[in-house]
Each structure stands twice: as structure tokens, then as C-alpha cells.
Ligand binder design. Structure first.
Ligand code: MIC
Ligand code: SF4
Length: 651
């Protein structure tokens, strides 16, 4: 039987296990990526593990999420990251040089390689045939130290693309269509592998928009085969030497097949406040729009901004609508500026921001109260833009620009008809991409520092004691389905500066759901969290497990868990137990929850079914789906304690 592309790459990197879906495998990692808001913990844990030098082929530290440095704490974090990259041997991308996924794609992504990154959109370079996976920072630290990365072997799903995109439909509409069909949990436990005749009709930048946003489906990764387009893209970047021809065998067998006929797609839009709330743009046409933003790791490339610039040539944006462009990389900004497109857009009324995540996580350009914002980003979780009850829509740059021109949501096809002289811009790549300045992307052998520099806000990573025999406590919070990590630890400006200060950051835990939670958890010396389906979806931030751990939470009972978050719970010694719907419905906030079994023993011995006793009155079952390795980690009180203990044993 032939292999899928995913299986081929995994096979090449396999160090433990077999490629059977659901079984745990260990793989070797070639490249790692980390960014400013998860990176500080990565390096603090790298240090705590006693590691001294990066062992992977390549490691890159980006500063992209909070580049405005409102507070010395942000700037201290950036200085610490520069010093860590220098000390341990990683590339360092300075604040303002661009979003990790964009800069990585342009400078380092390589077909056939494996990559691990402490950011959930790490799968972006799947668009050029790299198998890239998002994880918590501790897993990145271990991989960077040369350790294997462990993961449940995903199912490989064939997304067969047919036909060709019609005018005004874009790569963004391909992924929005998949979200419409599959929902935000539709990709959990899966790698989406794109095949079929439609593939060659898409350029690499279009492919990376699709692979980037596979994360919103909950997918482990997304990947395209390589072809002439990949080679051509790498040539334009001046990196053709990394090109290899890779793809699935003709007789590869997939777990499932999804067919998307590109020629049937039309402009789509995700309504507030979930990326799978997708409808045709025409369905919401006429909605007044206050703000339009083009940028982010999904649609912040040169190729994503150029269409808007072309649409705005010789035109003005509507007077009641603001339009902001936040390029994904400084390289994109520089090219647009050199070619005169920045000036063209500015003349139309557009403002430019530096290349940063910024507004995507509520830092800058926060929408007005009770207003509508159209963004080309990948997530519109409630409150993420920096204001509760926001109305953020997600769409393509073309749909966003059309709205800026009209002042309301409009199908660009209708706007083109109305205006008579508006042409579909299509996608255009530069003949040659310009490179990063050496001062913006600093190679390890040109590092500025050779020792760690820690500011006063940078603390140690707390450790947890080994799992106790008795686990449980009060059900401190009962939550609904699809709780995101943005609910657990928000990423907004006032909170983000505490990412390296766990005691302080913990005060904000779940504050978006219940602002009394953190204090109640501290007062009751721990307790239990209860949630519905897909708990912890969204980002990779391990703070969403670390802070509850710090507050004493030992168990989360949920109907199901998002992949990265579940791994983070293991890494920080919190027991994730799955419960059925009936149990979920019956448990109430405030109930007393007792795990009847001797937890430490049960976890170690491989027990799957646990007895949950509620209010000393009724009983239900909770299930622990964990590998032997994960059980050992849980029992030890988390991965840091576990790895440290192993090192000590090993001498
Ligand atoms: C996000 O998009 O939510 C983030 C901010 O990039 C996170 C990482 C973080 O919390 O720092 C992610 O996606 O992993
Ligand atoms: Fe940055 Fe937003 Fe992309 Fe996360 S999703 S990496 S915050 S641009």
C-alpha cells in the first residue's frame, strides 16, 4: 500500500512507535519556531531542564505579538529573548520584523522537514510541503534540546481540490468553506492533506492561507505536495536549493476524503464570534462597517495586501469606515513601499501599522463599542479584539477592501457591477522578494549576547508536586462548549505583559468567564473545572494550563478537549478526564467532586475509567485517554518535574 505525504514525512522522522492512527509516535524535529509571548517560557524551561545548546537543524525566535512595547515588561521580555537566542543558538527576529509564520515561511520553511512551534498557527508552511505542528512551549524546549516530539498518530484526510477559483473567490474562501462544512472541531486528530487537480491552480501564498487556518478546524496540521509552483516560489525567495519534489504515492490510502470544487466557491464570511460561523457574503450584505483590517499571519503577505491596493487605485474609502493594513512582515511592508503601493493606499485613506500580530489579539485598533469590524484574520472569538461583545467578521482581503469602499458589507461581485470599473485583482507575486536586513533577522553566529538578561518581571517556572492519591474538590466553574484559551488566559495588552510572571498572570485566569474565579480557586486551595466539548480550543499558550495549575486545579472534567491544550494539561500535571453529556448536564457549579480511585496509582497503572463521586450522593465515570508516557508525566506532576527527575536518575 502506498503512503500519504504525511506518512512519508513522519516515517522519515520516526524514532518511536508505528504509524497507526491513535497510537503514540515519537518524531524527530528539524526546525523549531517560537514567538515573544510563548517564547519566554520556552527558554526559561530550556534553562530549567539544564539544556545548553539548540540541537535542531534550525531554531528561530520571533518577536511579533506585542511589538509596541507599551511597558518595560514587554521590552524586557524581548531583550531576554534576544539574549536567550544568542546564548543557546537560535536565529533572532527583532520586534517589528514580522509575524513568526510569515517571516518563517519567507526565510526558513523547507519541504519535507518537520517543524514544531509554540504557536497554534505553526502549520502555515504546510503550504510548501513542510510538516509543521503547533504545541506548548515545553514540548518545543524539549525538541530544541534534541528530544523527540510525541503525538498521537493523526488520521490523514484527503482534501481533494477540483476546478479553479472563479474571479473574486480566493484561498480564504477555500478554508472558510471547509470551516462551514466541518466546524471548529472538524479537524481534531487529523492532518488535512490537499491533493487533486485544483492544487496546481493555487500559488504557495494561497496555499499557506489555507494551511494557516487549518488550525481553526482543530487540525494537527495541513499540508500540500510540492510542484513547479513551490519551486517557483522558492526561486523568487532566492531559496530554490531547499526545494524537493514530494507528494503522496498514487495508491496512498486516506482515512477520509473531502472534495472541494474550487470553481463553485463564492466570497464567504465568518460572522461573529466563531470562525466556523460561515455564510456567503451576500447573506450579510448591507451591514454597516466601522473598521476594516488587512493583515495577520493568514492574510498579511505582500500577495494578500496587493489586491486591496489595486482595488483602491484612484479611489477613496468610505468616510465612516476606517481601514488599517498591518503587514505580516517588514519585508512585505518594504516591498509595497518601494513599489509605490503604500502611497497609493494611503492616498485612498488607509493607515499602516508596523508588522505585528497586534490587533489580532486586542493590542491596538480595538473596535468601538457596538461596532462592526471586518478582518482578514483567522479568529474572531468573542472579546479577542480587546472589547467584550465585539462583532468581528473574518473574510478575504478582497471582501474587506470592498467593504471599506462601500462602507458596508458587500459582495465584491456586486460592487464591481455597480462601479463598472472595478476589476478582480487576482494574485500577483513579486519577481524577486527582497531579503530581511541582517540586523532584523540575526543569525546565531552573529548573536549580540552570550548570556541571559532577565528583567525584574521575569520569574521562574513553577513546579508541581507529584500527583497525590486523593484528587478532587469543588467544581469551581462550569463552562459551555468551545471554551477557548482566550477565555482561560486572555492575550490582551494589559495581561500579555505578565507572560513571564506566572503568579501575576494567574490572577487573570478565566476572568473572561467569571472574574471571581482566580480568587475562589486560591481560597479553596484548588478544585475542579467542568466544561463541555472542545475545551481549550484556539491557541497553544501553555499558560492556559500552567496558571490553573498554579491556582491548584488538579482535574478538568470535559466532554472533549482540544489537542494542544490537552497536551499542555498533561505537561503541567492536570488530569483531563472525559465525561459524557449526561454527567456534564448533571454536575453543577459548586458541587463537591471526588475522584474515588487512588489517583496516583490509577494514572500510573493505565486505568482508563475513573469513578467520580458527586456531593457524596451520586456517581459517574470519567475517562482518561493517555499514553503510558503521558501517564508517567501526570504522575510526576508534569513534564518539567518528570524530565528533571529523569535527568537526575540518569546522573
Ligand atoms: C493566538 O493566535 O491566539 C496566539 C496569540 O498567536 C497564540 C499564542 C499565544 O498565546 O501567545 C497561538 O495561537 O498559539
Ligand atoms: Fe499572531 Fe494572530 Fe497569527 Fe496568532 S493568529 S500568530 S496573534 S497574527
Amino acid at each position: 500500500m502506498g503512503q500519504t505525504l504525511t506518512e512519508k514525512i513522519l516515517d522519515d522522522h520516526l524514532v518511536e512507535g508505528e504509524l497507526t492512527p491513535g497510537e503514540e509516535i515519537g518524531i524527530e524535529i528539524d526546525q523549531v519556531l517560537t514567538q515573544d509571548t510563548t517564547g519566554t517560557l520556552v527558554w526559561l524551561q530550556f534553562e530549567a531542564l539544564g539544556l545548553e545548546e539548540v540541537q535542531t537543524e534550525l531554531a528561530a525566535q520571533y518577536c511579533d505579538h506585542q511589538t509596541y512595547q507599551f511597558d518595560f515588561k514587554n521590552t524586557d521580555d524581548h531583550r531576554f529573548l534576544r539574549s536567550a537566542a544568542g546564548t543557546f543558538g537560535a536565529h533572532f527576529s527583532r520586534p517589528g520584523n514580522g509575524i513568526c509564520h510569515n517571516v518563517h515561511k519567507e526565510n526558513f520553511a523547507a519541504p519535507g522537514k518537520t517543524m514544531l512551534g509554540s504557536d497554534s498557527h505553526t502549520p502555515t508552511p504546510g503550504g510548501l510541503g513542510e510538516l509543521a505542528i503547533g504545541s506548548g512551549g515545553l514540548d518545543v524546549a524539549v525538541a530544541m534540546g534534541g528530544g523527540a516530539y510525541y503525538i498521537e498518530m493523526p488520521e490523514v484526510v484527503n482534501v481533494r481540490l477540483e476546478g479553479e477559483l472563479p474571479e473574486w473567490a480566493t484561498a480564504k474562501d477555500v478554508i472558510l468553506e471547509l470551516l462551514r462544512r466541518l466546524s471548529v472541531k472538524g479537524g481534531v486528530g487529523k492532518v488535512l492533506e490537499y491533493t487533486g487537480p485544483g492544487v496546481e491552480t493555487l500559488t504557495v501564498p494561497e496555499r499557506t492561507t489555507i494551511t494557516n487556518m487549518g488550525t481553526e478546524l482543530g487540525a494537527t496540521s495541513s499540508i500540500f505536495p510540492t510542484d513547479e509552483n513551490t519551486k517557483d516560489y522558492l526561486e523568487r525567495l532566492g531559496r530554490e536549493d531547499v526545494h524537493v519534489d514530494i507528494g503522496p504515492d498514487e495508491d496512498a490510502e486516506y482515512a477520509d476524503e473531502i472534495v472541494v470544487d474550487l470553481s463553485e466557491l463564492e466570497p464567504l464570511i465568518a460572522k461573529p464570534s466563531m470562525p466556523d460561523n460561515v455564510v456567503p457574503v451576500s447573506e450579510v450584505a448591507g451591514t454597516d462597517v466601522d473598521q476594516v483590517m488587512i493583515g495577520s499571519c493568514t492574510n498579511g503577505s505582500y500577495e494578500d495586501i496587493l489586491p486591496g491596493a489595486k482595488m483602491l487605485e484612484g479611489r477613496n474609502i468610505d468616510k465612516k469606515t476606517e481601514m488599517i493594513v498591518a503587514p505580516g512582515s517588514k519585508q512585505a511592508s518594504e516591498m509595497l513601499a518601494r513599489e509605490g503601493w503604500t502611497a497609493e493606499m494611503m492616498a485612498a485613506g488607509v493607515n499602516f501599522s508596523e508588522a505585528t500580530c497586534g490587533a489580532c489579539i486586542g493590542i491596538g485598533h480595538v473596535p468601538a463599542s457596538d461596532s462592526v469590524s471586518l478582518r482578514t484574520f483567522n479568529r474572531n472569538f468573542e472579546g479577542r479584539s480587546g472589547i467584550e461583545d465585539d462583532n468581528v467578521y473574518l473574510c478575504s482581503p478582497e471582501v474587506a477592501t470592498a467593504a471599506a469602499i462601500a462602507g458596508e458589507i458587500v459582495d465584491p461581485r456586486d460592487l464591481a457591477e455597480e462601479l463598472g470599473d472595478l476589476e478582480a485583482p487576482g494574485l500577483e507575486m513579486p519577481d524577486q522578494y527582497i531579503g530581511n536586513s541582517e540586523s532584523d533577522l540575526i543569525a546565531p553566529d552573529e548573536a549580540v549576547d552570550d548570556e541571559l538578561i532577565k528583567g525584574p518581571n521575569i520569574g521562574d517556572v513553577p513546579l508541581k508536586d507529584p500527583l497525590e492519591t486523593e484528587v478532587g474538590g469543588e467544581a469551581l466553574l462550569k463552562m459551555t462548549d468551545n471554551i477557548t484559551t482566550d477565555h482561560i488566559i486572555p492575550a490582551t495588552q494589559d495581561i500579555l505583559m505578565y507572560r513571564s510572571n506566572v503568579p501575576k498572570l494567574s490572577e487573570f485566569t478565566l476572568s473572561r468567564v467569571d472574574d471571581t474565579f482566580a480568587q475562589r480557586a486560591l481560597d479553596s486551595d484548588g478544585g475542579v473545572l467542568v466544561a463541555g466539548e472542545n475545551y481549550g480550543q484556539g491557541s497553544s499558550r501553555e499558560h492556559a494550563a500552567l496558571c490553573p495549575m498554579y491556582l491548584g486545579i488538579e482535574t478538568v472534567l470535559a466532554q472533549s478537549f482540544a489537542r494542544i491544550h490537552k497536551a499542555n494539561l498533561f505537561n503541567f500535571g492536570i488530569v483531563p478526564l472525559e465525561i459524557n453529556e449526561e454527567t456534564y448536564e448533571k454536575i453543577e457549579q459548586g458541587d463537591d467532586i471526588e475522584i474515588v480511585d487512588d489517583a496516583a496509582d490509577a494514572v500510573r497503572s493505565g486505568q482508563e475509567e475513573f469513578t467520580i463521586r458527586v456531593n457524596d450522593d451520586w456517581e459517574a465515570s470519567g475517562y482518561l485517554d493517555a499514553s503510558e508516557r503521558e501517564r508517567e508525566i501526570l504522575a510526576a506532576g508534569g513534564k518539567l518535574s518528570h524530565t528533571k527527575a529523569q535527568h537526575e536518575e540518569g546522573g
